[in-house]
Design a protein around this ligand. Structure first.
Ligand code: FMN
Length: 476
C-alpha cells in the first residue's frame, strides 16, 4: 500500500501540502508553544495539551486500575500544562466499553486519586504545579454505548452500521429512541457527575460533544421530533441546559467542550486494496453536522460556528475541536499512516486529514477569538508536529495544540521539546494504529483489552499486543 510519510524536514511537508493544493505553515521557533495563556480566570503555563486518551483499562465498576494510574502519572510528569482527562461516563449504561471510567459514588475517590497522582507527578517533575490545568471529559456514549445503543435519532446511514448486541442485530428504523424525558434524566445525570468532578477539584469540565456519541449525535438530529431535535436551538438544548445548570451551581468552574465541527459520511473498505469509500447514502444527507449535506466530502461550518458562539455566551471558555467518527470514518478523526487491522486504508493522503483539522480549528478560533481553542490531529506529522503547532499558535489559528496518539508513545513530549528542541526521535508515534487495534479487541475476560503503545511502551503493551493480535486477526 502507498506510504505517505517520507519527510526529512518540515519544509518537505510544506512542499507536499503545496503539491496537494494547500498551504501549511511551519515554524522553527517553538517559543509560542511555551507562552502562558489566560483562559477564563485561569492561566495555563504552556500551549501543549495531552488530549483525552482513554486506555480502556478501568475496572468493571468504572474505577481506574493500575494502568490508568500509570498513564496519568506519566502524563502529569510529561510537562504539558493541560491534561485533558479521558472520556468518563456519567452512567453505567452510557459507557462505550466495559472498562471505561464511570463517575459514581463508588469510583469518585479513586478517580480523584488518579487526578491527584497526575498533579503530584507534575509537581515532582517540574518543582511546582503552576499553570497546570487538569480536566475531565464527561461522556454519554449514546449510539455507541456498549450494552445497548441509546439513540438520539435514527441515522439512515449509521443505523445499518450500528450493532445492537442486546438484540443480536443492527439498529432498525422501528427501534425506539431516547425520549425527551430520558434526555431530561440524562441532564440530571450530567449534573450529578459534574458535582462529583467539581468536588474532586478538577480545573475544568468538558461536556463532550464529539465523535458521534450522544451529544454529538444530538447536534445533527435534524430529523428528531420534540424538544431536542429539528431546529439548531433544540439540538443544542441538552448541552445548553447542562452548562447552564453547572454554571448556576459552580460559577467559578472552567467550562470546556470537545466537539465535532464536521461529521462527514461513514466509509467502508472496498476492493482488493480495501480502500475506504463512502457507504451508499441518499442525498441530501440528514444527520451529519458541519457537513455539506449535498456533498458530504465538504464541510459546511455555518451551524458549528453558530454553536461555538452560543457556547461562548453560555460560559464555555475552552473548546477542543475535532471531527469524524472513530467507528465509521476514523480517517477524519485520526489521520494515520497504517490503518487498524479491521479498518479500511485511507481514501485520502493523511496530510489532507491533518490540514482539515487545522482548517476547522482555525475557523472556530476566528469565530470566537476570546475562547481558547485546541486543535487536534497532530500526531501523523511525527517529528514535524511541533513546527506546525508553533506556526498555528503564532498566527492565531489556535490557542493550544492537542496531542493524542503521540502522548501514548511519548508522554513526556512537552519536556523533550522544551529541553532538547525536538521530540525524542526513538519514541515518536508513527501512527501504526496499534493503540486502535488494542482498543478494538474485545475478546478478553473483562470484555476489552487495555490500550497503549506496543512499539514504544513495549514493556507493558508489547505482551498485551502479542496476546491480542491473533484474536483481532481472526475476527477480521
Ligand atoms: C486509544 C485512543 C483513545 C482515545 N480516547 C479518547 C477520549 O477518551 N476522548 C476523546 O475525545 N478522544 C479520544 N481519542 C481521540 C484522540 O483524543 C485524538 O483526537 C485523535 O487520536 C487524533 O489526534 P492525534 O492525531 O494527535 O492522535 C482517542 C484516540 C485513541 C487512539
Amino acid at each position: 500500500m502507498a506510504r505517505y510519510f517520507k519527510y526529512k524536514s518540515a519544509a518537505e511537508v510544506v512542499e507536499d501540502a503545496k503539491r496537494l493544493g494547500h498551504e501549511l505553515r511551519v515554524s522553527e521557533d517553538f517559543s509560542p508553544l511555551f507562552q502562558p495563556l489566560t483562559i477564563g480566570r485561569r492561566t495555563v503555563g504552556n500551549r501543549l495539551v495531552v488530549q483525552p486518551m482513554e486506555g480502556c483499562d478501568g475496572t468493571l465498576d468504572g474505577r481506574p486500575d493500575e494502568l490508568t494510574y500509570r498513564r496519568y502519572v506519566r502524563f502529569g510528569a510529561g510537562g504539558a500544562k493541560i491534561i485533558w482527562g479521558e472520556a468518563t461516563a456519567i452512567a453505567d449504561e452510557a459507557r462505550m466499553n466495559p472498562r471505561q471510567l464511570w463517575l459514581h459514588d463508588g469510583s469518585e475517590s479513586e478517580i480523584a486519586r488518579m487526578l491527584d497522582g497526575c498533579r503530584n507527578a507534575h509537581r515532582e517533575a517540574e518543582g511546582n504545579d503552576d499553570g497546570l490545568l487538569i480536566g475531565l471529559q464527561l461522556t454519554h456514549s449514546g449510539r455507541f454505548s456498549c450494552r445497548k445503543p441509546l439513540l438520539a435519532t435514527h441515522d439512515p446511514v449509521l443505523d445499518p452500521l450500528t450493532m445492537d448486541k442486546s438484540l443480536g442485530r443492527r439498529v432498525a428504523p422501528e427501534d425506539s429512541l431516547l425520549t425527551d424525558d430520558d434526555l431530561k434524566r440524562i441532564e440530571d445525570q450530567y449534573l450529578v457527575a459534574a458535582r462529583k468532578a467539581v468536588a474532586m477539584g478538577v480545573d475544568f469540565l468538558d461536556i463532550k460533544q464529539c465523535h458521534r456519541y450522544l451529544l454529538s449525535e444530538l447536534l445533527a438530529a435534524r430529523n428528531r421530533p420534540g424538544d431536542y431535535g429539528g431546529s439548531l436551538e433544540n439540538r443544542t438544548r441538552l448541552v445548553r441546559n447542562v452548562l447552564g445548570r453547572i454554571r448556576e451551581e459552580f460559577p467559578n468552574v472552567l467550562l470546556a467542550t470537545r466537539m465535532n465541527v464536521f461529521d462527514g459520511v461513514p466509509h467502508r473498505g472496498e476492493g482488493e486494496d480495501f480502500i475506504g469509500v463512502p457507504v451508499p447514502h441518499a442525498l441530501p444527507l440528514v444527520t451529519a453536522f458541519g457537513t455539506n449535506l449535498d456533498n458530504p466530502a465538504e464541510e459546511d461550518l455555518s451551524e458549528p460556528l453558530q454553536v461555538v458562539r452560543w457556547l461562548r455566551d453560555w460560559g464555555v471558555r475552552l473548546i477542543n475541536v475535532t471531527a469524524g467518527n472513530p467507528y465509521a470514518n476514523p480517517h477524519f478523526v485520526r489521520p494515520a499512516e497504517f490503518p487498524p487491522i479491521d479498518g479500511y486504508h485511507s481514501p485520502e493522503h493523511p496530510l489532507l486529514g491533518v490540514l482539515r483539522h487545522f482548517r476547522l480549528t482555525r475557523a472556530v478560533q476566528e469565530a470566537v477569538p476570546d475562547v481558547a481553542v485546541v486543535g487536534s490531529g497532530y500526531s501523523w506529522l511525527q517529528d514535524f508536529a511541533p513546527h506546525a503547532a508553533a506556526a498555528n499558535i503564532a498566527s492565531g489559528h489556535a490557542a493550544l495544540a492537542g496531542f493524542g496518539r503521540a502522548t501514548l508513545s511519548q508522554p513526556d513530549f512537552a519536556r523533550q521539546l522544551r529541553d532538547t528542541g525536538q521530540f525524542d526521535r526513538k519514541r515518536v508515534c508513527r501512527t501504526f494504529s496499534y493503540c486502535t487495534n488494542l482498543m478494538r479487541t474485545k475478546d478478553h475476560p473483562l470484555g476489552q483489552y487495555a490500550t497503549g503503545c506496543p512499539p514504544f511502551d513495549k514493556e507493558v503493551y508489547g505482551p498485551l499486543w502479542k496476546e491480542a493480535e491473533p484474536k483481532l486477526t481472526k475476527k477480521k
